[in-house]
Every structure is written in C-alpha cells, then in structure tokens.
Ligand binder design. Structure first.
Ligand SMILES: *[C@@H]1O[C@H](CO)[C@@H](O)[C@H](O)[C@H]1NC(C)=O
Ligand SMILES: *[C@@H]1O[C@H](CO)[C@@H](O)[C@H](O)[C@H]1NC(C)=O
Ligand SMILES: *[C@@H]1O[C@H](CO)[C@@H](O)[C@H](O)[C@H]1NC(C)=O
Ligand SMILES: *[C@@H]1O[C@H](CO)[C@@H](O)[C@H](O)[C@H]1NC(C)=O
Ligand SMILES: *[C@@H]1O[C@H](CO)[C@@H](O)[C@H](O)[C@H]1NC(C)=O
Ligand SMILES: *[C@@H]1O[C@H](CO)[C@@H](O)[C@H](O)[C@H]1NC(C)=O
Ligand SMILES: *[C@@H]1O[C@H](CO)[C@@H](O)[C@H](O)[C@H]1NC(C)=O
Ligand SMILES: *[C@@H]1O[C@H](CO)[C@@H](O)[C@H](O)[C@H]1NC(C)=O
Ligand SMILES: *[C@@H]1O[C@H](CO)[C@@H](O)[C@H](O)[C@H]1NC(C)=O
Length: 835
C-alpha cells in the first residue's frame, strides 16, 4: 500500500526546470489570480505536488491542449482537458488567465478558445481565484470561497476519486465521460458513459448515442474482502440519489492508492491502479468484457450466455428466431419472435428464468411482494414480464415489469435476478424442459468453479496487464517434460515415475459422451469441466479450456508440467492431457465429493462437516501447501487458493487443484513480481492485489482466509457488510478483539468442537491474514501451531484490507455528509471469471 512512495523518489520533470518569464507566473504556484497567467511550458502545481495543469501535446500530435495530469507519474496521464474539441496549433502560444469579470479564459492571441463561462449575478465575480487542488480538481471560486466553477463538473474521459458523474434533476445536465477520438487525439470520441436518465440506477455506455453496454448498479453487489481501515474502506463506489439528482463516483481512503476510471477509445470503461513497482497503470477491472455485455447482442427476446456453444445467443422459451437463416449464420441482431400469440387470459403462465441480467426499459411498479407483482402483471395485457426483488435488496421498487420487447437479456452463471416471462400456458407445459435456456439452467454444479471475484459494474476484475511469462523454456526444461506430437497417443514426459499421458481426443469424446451436457460438472475459470468414464471404468474429470479463455498455451503447459511433477496426497492428481489443435484439455482423477465450497457454504451440507472433519481438511490443505512451498529446490506459489479449488475425494480428503496460476520462484528468491495479477480477490493478499508482489506469504494469506471460512461456514467475499463489520475478515477481527471469537464458529459444529482448538485456529487464521507479509507465519510454523496445543502463539494484528460499496442516500442539501452502507448479501460474478 505504500507503493506510491516509490513515486516520489522518481525524479520529475523537465517541466520544472523550464524557465519562466517574470511577467508570468513562476512555477510551483497552485493558483491563478487576476493578472496572472500561464503559457508555454509554465504549469500550475497543486500544493501537494500531485497534479499539474499546463499545455501538452499528445504523442506526435500537431495540436496543443490545456490539461491536467499527474505530477509524479512518468507516463504522462492526462485526466482533464479544457479545449479538447478546439485545439491550439503547436506553434501558437496559448495563454490561460482570469479575465476581468473573473472567468477563466484560454486565449490564442486575441481569440477566445475556451472559457469557464460562468455568468455572475453582478456581472463580475468578487475576487475570483483558480486553484488546482491535490485531488486534480481545478476550482474557480470567489473571494468568499464559494465555488463558481470546477473541472470535476466537466469530465473528459477520466473519473478521479472524489469526482462524480450523473445528472441534475434541476438543470437536466448529464455529466458524462467521453472517450478520446484516438490515441493522440483527445477530441471527443464515439463513446460516452453516464447514468441513464430514464433509469438512473443504470450506467450506460453509448456509442454515437446508441446504447453500447449497460449495467444496473442496483444489481451489482460490489464485493469486498478483508478488513477496512477504521470505518473507511480502501476503495468504494458511491451511488448517490438525492432530490438534486443522481450521481455515481468512487473514492479511496488511502491516499497512497493512485487510481482512476477511464473510458477508453474502444468504448471500454477501465478501472486502473498505478503500480509503482512496475511503473505501469494496471487495468484492475474493465467492462464490457465479453460479447454478452454488448447491448442487445441477441436482439429482442434473445438471451445471451457466454458459456453457450456454439452460439452465445438463444431464444427464450416460447420464442423462435425471427429470421432463422440469419440466426444460424450467427447474426443474432434480429432477435426472436413469439411462437404462440398471447391470448391474455387465465391460460397464460409465467416462465421463470434464474440468474438473469434483467432487460432494459423496465417499469417500476412499487414496493410489492412477489405475489402482488405477478397479479399486477397478469392484470395488464401489455405486461409481458415481471421481476420481483428480494426483500434484502435495497432497490427503489421491489417489483418491475416490461412491455414491448425484452432487450439486452443475459443469463449469468452465478449472478443475476429472477425474471418471469409471460407465455401461453401450452408453451409453458412442454417448453420448460426443451428451451435452450432451460437446458443451460441445469448446469449449476461448479466443482472447480470460480466462486469469487469482485464485481463492480456488472463484471469482475482481474488484472490484465499481460506480460509474457518469465522464462517458460527454462522452466520446462527443468521439469524435463517434452511434448511430443500431440496427435500421437503416447505417454510423454516420464520423469521420476510421474507420467503424463496424452489422451486422444476420441477417447475423451467417448468417455464424456461427446461432452454431453449431462456430464457437465460445472464451469471452471477457464472453461467447462466434464465427468467421464474411461473404457477401463475409471472415472475422470476433464477440464476443457475454452478457446477464448484467458488460459493460453503457456498457462496450460504451466499447469501440465507443474502438476506432472507434483505428487502428494493433498494435491489433485493429473492423469494426462489432450491437445488437439486449439482444443486443450486436462484430465484429472475424479473427485466424487466435488469442491469444499459446495459443502461449506451449503446450508444442508455443512452440518455434515463436523469439527473433526473440518480440522482434518485444514490440516490436509496446510500439508498440501507446505509441500508446494518446500517442493524440491523450488518454491511453488499456487496464487489461487480458495474453497472452490479444494476438492474432496471419496473419503473427504482435501486435494488442492487448479495450478494454472501457479508460479515457481527460485530457491533463494522469496518474493517475485508480476505485472499480471491473477487470482481471486477475496483470497488475495494486499501486496499481491495492489503491487503484484507474490511470495509464499500470499498463499499463507489465502490459507488464512480459507481457515476462517472453514470455521465460520461463511464466504469471505460473501458476507453482508454492516456498518460495523464489513467483511468476514473484518468481522473475525472485531470478534477477536472483543474476546468473542467463538461466535464466529458455525453453529453446526457446536457439538463436535473443542473450543480451545477453534480459538487456536481462528488465531492462526488471523495471523495468516495480517497486512504485513513478514508478520505472517510460514506454512511449516502453521503446521506446527496446528499440531501443538501448548505452543504459544503471537497476537495477530489487524488484517489486510479491502473494498466495499457504499451508497449515499441524501434527501436534500449536502450530498457528501450522510453515507449509508448498502447491505450486500451475495457474492456475484458475471462474465469473465478469473478462476
Ligand atoms: C503519428 O504517428 C503515427 C504512427 O506512429 C502515425 O500513424 C500518424 O500519422 C502520426 N500522426 C501525425 C500527425 O504525424
Ligand atoms: C457561454 O454560455 C452561454 C450561455 O450561458 C452560451 O450561450 C455560450 O455559448 C457559452 N460560451 C462558451 C464558449 O461556452
Ligand atoms: C452583488 O452586488 C450586491 C450589491 O452590490 C451585493 O450585495 C451582492 O453580495 C453581490 N453578489 C455577489 C454574488 O457578489
Ligand atoms: C468581496 O470579497 C471580499 C473578500 O475578499 C469581501 O470583504 C467583500 O465584502 C466582498 N464584496 C462583495 C460585494 O461581496
Ligand atoms: C468513523 O469513525 C469516526 C471515529 O472512529 C466517527 O466519529 C465517525 O462518525 C465514523 N463515521 C461513520 C460514517 O461511521
Ligand atoms: C480498452 O480497454 C480494454 C480493456 O482493458 C483493452 O483491451 C483495450 O485494448 C483498450 N483499448 C485501447 C484503445 O486502449
Ligand atoms: C417495502 O415493503 C417492505 C415490507 O413489505 C418494507 O419493509 C420496506 O421498508 C418497504 N420499502 C419501501 C422503500 O417502502
Ligand atoms: C398497462 O401497461 C402499459 C404499459 O406500461 C401502461 O401504459 C398502462 O397504463 C397499463 N395499464 C394499466 C391498467 O395499468
Ligand atoms: C431471493 O433469494 C433467495 C436466496 O438468496 C433465492 O433463492 C430466491 O430465488 C430469491 N428470490 C428472488 C425473487 O430473487
């Protein structure tokens, strides 16, 4: 979290050295008053030296603009531009000053290029002054300190902490982000982003004023992990509803985090963090991320599911493609039409779709129960669908309905809401099992699946900064495995008795019944997982890596070569792999009891996990990790330990799976750095999530989270934060400090537990998740602590971080004062899971 410190060691700027004319302002000032001006290479610098304002010329552009950028970031990052659509030529000398009336004006010779253009009550502002603040806001205020104008109200493509976009009910002004036209061309581009005036809880990206991507903030559960600092979370999203208007913004509570949102010129909203260790902006999250997030990808009454193959679009039950040919050719834009006209009588029924992104253009009906909502919809023949909301959801209206077309519908894997679509009764009777959606609805079990990540505006986040893997060749040769021609079905990579078999595609097809849906076990981060039975009767699990998954050949080889070499009773065994052109598959032993999260977080199943069994699982996981960390001369960092990656065999022995993210670091090396941070946020240590630094201690952090989850049967990522206890780790810490740690324990282990052991495990868990990586114990000392009741344990410090979503509901007046936390009760993830 101190990564910005590095920045300040960075020598700055050419700009500072440049001479200034005595008539003009001397550099280092943070403000302009009447009679002062800047031009040429002069800049205003905010008093904390965070931001500067001056003239710049992007790339090889022949134009010049007045803008604001970060003072200490060597990659010039423009956050605001005054005259984006009216550039100065590079040869002209622009001049920024206060005019006699008190407005900020940008002059090109005698031409007014740009002006803050405030009309003052008395024609003239009283002693106005323009100040560049440390937040990056350029504020024009009068002598009495009243803000007359500020750059934060006129965003370009960037949203900074403390800034907000949205619209005013009074003036109708809608503050939008507008993308750059091109890399070196800050002119207003094709994409804009803002709140939807019709439905202000929706964030919409428009392309040439047509919707391009849409997300309802009220459907978003921004998940949050870890501990917050005092009562401020590190990063938070703010949605403000007030008498004045609707706004969205974000904030950070730790000033050392340098972050911004940016609508890039391809229409993608990115959330970026500055990583000083690698001197780069990393994309922490972005949207739209997949085809299904493109507005109305499947046309009216089409539903999008990115996991559907071959086509992502399907017609909703009771509907058929409006133009069959187009549909077959993958042109889904025409959408679907109803097969049987609605008679609008008692024969109508409602088909329930689960986990849907609700269609656009909803009509709010008010605070109704599910039953009332259905009755209201039935009564009105133009109501073709309705969606009730759960009582725990804080939505404006608990019942909404639709008339006309259902547009922009997406089926999620494990997010979304229920949607009830009106159908002729006869369609309902035979349609419910046949519809393509109905089919996909069945595949719910997710054994190796991702359960978590963070969801911001509809999708999840995962670092994207792609850097080539370091020395894959070297690693491979160390492991000593060579891939033969994959079409040959032969054993390859025999090494120390560990064999990786290459399976032929035909044998896999036979085993999984051609990947039939019946055999689908679920969806992992990088593709579906199928159950299969080989000719000899042995059961296997086949992880099929989707072509456009994030896991490329390198990750694949990484996983194969790593696991081939690993042999431990607490690691899942890889039987082989299968590569056929673009298709890549991993074949594992089949784990009949699926993954730990399926047991732990299931109300009915978790009662079967008594304390002895839980402790056995904890020990097994610890042994597995220790083996990884101590393995041979190398350390293997798993980097994605979480409940869904712990599989359970027939006797409930835990086995760590999913090594796609694992990294080897040299024997003497204790810490490594990666530009590509992968993993699952709830389980990521702060230094890894923020700085990309990983070490054994990042696995220890994840283990700590797991430990607390196993004791409490609650997801770290899924706990409903309340004002006092925002997350599971935060909750655990609070209880621990108040000597009430036993309350963390899942009720269902009350009878089987030994309180001292539980307390001990909680203490170990808290030790593992401490913010300071050096303070966390190593796996071998953890195993020692688990096994020795008498050993004295150190006292844990406050756990490391992380995020939450807040919503501010204000009735009038000051927007920022009253802040009320949203209740967040479910972990959701929509499109791209980072496994
Ligand atoms: C700037 O450079 C890019 C390639 O680097 C080139 O395509 C573009 O035409 C250049 N623009 C100008 C104005 O020179
Ligand atoms: C200044 O504001 C007036 C209305 O208040 C508007 O007509 C005019 O176009 C604006 N000028 C500029 C340069 O924005
Ligand atoms: C406008 O002028 C009147 C009288 O001169 C003064 O009382 C008032 O405070 C002024 N308003 C502003 C906004 O300066
Ligand atoms: C103008 O501002 C000064 C302080 O800078 C204040 O003393 C004076 O009363 C103000 N005048 C008006 C008309 O507001
Ligand atoms: C945050 O904590 C401080 C002191 O701990 C308290 O005064 C303040 O009211 C709290 N703010 C909120 C929003 O809870
Ligand atoms: C926009 O953002 C996306 C996601 O981060 C990225 O893949 C794409 O390359 C970006 N486009 C540009 C022009 O930078
Ligand atoms: C909606 O109704 C529920 C109970 O039916 C009540 O608890 C809740 O406060 C109501 N919400 C609003 C916004 O009226
Ligand atoms: C039925 O729904 C339509 C479309 O929203 C609406 O215009 C109409 O007023 C509704 N009729 C009744 C009786 O509620
Ligand atoms: C409400 O939540 C429960 C459990 O989270 C879920 O089973 C149910 O389907 C939800 N109902 C609606 C209407 O979303």
């Amino acid at each position: 979290m101190r990564f910005i410190m590095g920045l300040f060691h960075f020598t700055s700027y050419v700009l500072l050295i440049l001479a200034s004319s005595p008539l003009l302002l001397s550099n280092g000032e943070d403000r302009l008053t009447l009679g002062m001006s800047i031009s040429g290479n002069q800049i205003l610098t905010s008093d904390g030296e965070i931001f500067v304002l001056g003239f710049f010329s992007p790339g090889n552009s022949s134009n010049q603009y007045l803008g604001i950028w970060y003072n200490n970031i060597p990659v010039q990052t423009i956050v605001w531009i005054a005259n984006r659509d009216d550039p100065l030529s590079k040869s002209s000398s622009g001049l920024l000053m206060l005019n006699r009336k008190g407005n900020l004006v940008l002059m090109d010779g005698t031409r007014y290029v740009w002006s803050s253009n405030v009309s003052f009550v008395n024609g003239t502002a009283n002693n106005s002054v323009a100040v560049l603040q440390n937040s990056g806001n350029l504020v024009l205020r009068d002598g009495a300190g009243v803000v007359l104008w500020q750059s934060f109200d006129h965003p370009t493509d960037t949203l900074l902490p403390g800034m907000k976009i949205g619209f005013s009910k009074k003036t109708g002004h809608n503050g939008l982000l507008t993308s750059w036209k091109d890399e070196n061309e800050p002119r207003s581009g094709d994409f804009t982003l803002g709140l939807d005036p019709q439905r202000p809880s929706q964030i919409v990206i428009w392309r040439d004023s047509n919707p391009y991507s849409r997300t309802d903030l009220l459907d978003v559960r921004w998940i949050v992990t870890g501990m917050e600092k005092s009562n401020n979370s590190l990063l938070y999203l703010n949605y403000i509803r007030s008498d004045e208007g609707y706004y969205v913004g974000f904030g950070v509570s730790d000033n050392s985090i340098v972050s911004r949102w940016m609508l890039n010129r391809t229409g993608v909203i990115e959330f970026l963090l500055w990583q000083a260790t690698i001197m780069k902006w990393t994309v922490f999250w972005s949207a739209p991320k997949d085809e299904c997030e493109i507005y109305a990808r499947c046309g009216p009454f089409g539903s999008c599911d990115k996991n559907n193959r071959p086509g992502i679009c399907s017609c909703m039950t009771g509907f058929k493609p409006s133009i069959q040919k187009d549909w077959e050719n993958g042109d889904w834009s025409g959408g679907c039409v109803r097969q049987k006209k609605l008679k609008c009588d008692d024969g109508d029924g409602f088909m329930r779709y689960e986990r849907m992104k609700l269609p656009d253009h909803s009509i709010l009906l008010g605070n109704l129960t599910i039953e009332e909502c259905e009755i209201q919809c039935r009564r009105n023949c133009s109501c073709i669908a309705y969606a009730p909301a759960n009582s725990s959801d804080q939505v404006e209206s608990r019942c909404m309905y639709w008339s006309g077309n259902l547009m922009d519908v997406t089926h999620y894997l494990n997010a979304g809401r229920d949607l009830f679509v009106r159908l002729d009764g006869s369609e309902l009777a035979d349609g419910s099992e046949k519809g393509p959606l109905a089919k996909s609805k069945k595949s719910i079990a997710i054994p190796i699946a991702t359960t978590m990540a963070i969801l911001l505006i509809g999708t999840l986040c995962c670092f994207l900064l792609v850097r080539k893997f370091q020395r894959p060749k070297k690693r491979r040769s160390f492991i000593g495995i060579r891939l033969k021609d994959p079409s040959e079905s032969a054993a390859f990579g025999s090494h120390n008795g560990s064999e990786v078999n290459s399976f032929s595609l035909s044998s896999i097809l036979a085993a999984t019944d051609s990947f039939s849906a019946v055999n689908k076990l679920g969806e992992g981060g990088f593709g579906p997982v199928y159950r299969g039975t080989l000719i000899d009767g042995s059961e296997i699990a086949v992880k099929k890596l989707s072509e456009n998954s994030g896991q490329g050949r390198e990750e694949f080889m990484n996983e194969v070569t790593l696991i081939a070499k690993l042999q431990h009773k607490n690691l899942v065994r890889l039987l082989g792999c299968c590569i056929q052109k673009e298709e890549k598959m991993l074949i594992y032993e089949y784990m009949p009891n699926k993954s730990l999260d399926k047991h732990l977080f299931d109300l009915s199943k978790r009662v079967n996990l008594d304390w002895n069994l839980r402790f056995h699982i904890i020990e097994g996981i610890a042994q597995g990790i220790l083996y990884l960390h101590k393995y041979s001369r190398l350390k293997i960092i798993h980097r994605d330990l979480k409940a869904s990656n712990i599989l359970l065999d027939g006797s409930m022995n835990p086995k760590i799976s999913d090594f796609g993210m694992a990294r080897i670091i040299g024997g003497n090396q204790t810490e490594a750095n990666t530009g590509r941070v992968v993993g699952t946020l709830g389980y990521m240590s702060p230094e890894y999530a923020l700085n990309g630094l990983f070490s054994e201690k990042s696995d220890v952090f994840s283990f700590g989270v797991l430990l607390i989850e196993i004791i409490s049967s609650k997801r770290n990522t899924g706990l409903y934060p309340t004002e006092k206890t925002p997350t599971l780790l935060g909750h655990a810490w609070e209880l621990w400090r108040e000597d009430r740690a036993l309350e963390l324990m899942d009720e269902s282990i009350k009878d089987s537990c030994v309180p001292q052991e539980i307390l001990r495990c909680i203490q170990i868990g808290l030790l593992c998740v401490q913010e300071d990586a050096n303070a966390r114990p190593t796996m071998s000392s953890i195993i020692f602590m688990l096994g020795n009741d008498n050993a004295t344990l150190p006292s844990p410090e406050q756990p490391g971080f992380f995020m939450k979503r807040t919503s501010t509901v204000v009735n009038s007046g000051n927007l920022s004062n009253i802040s009320k936390l949203y209740s967040i009760n479910e972990v959701t993830i929509t499109s791209t899971e980072p496994r």
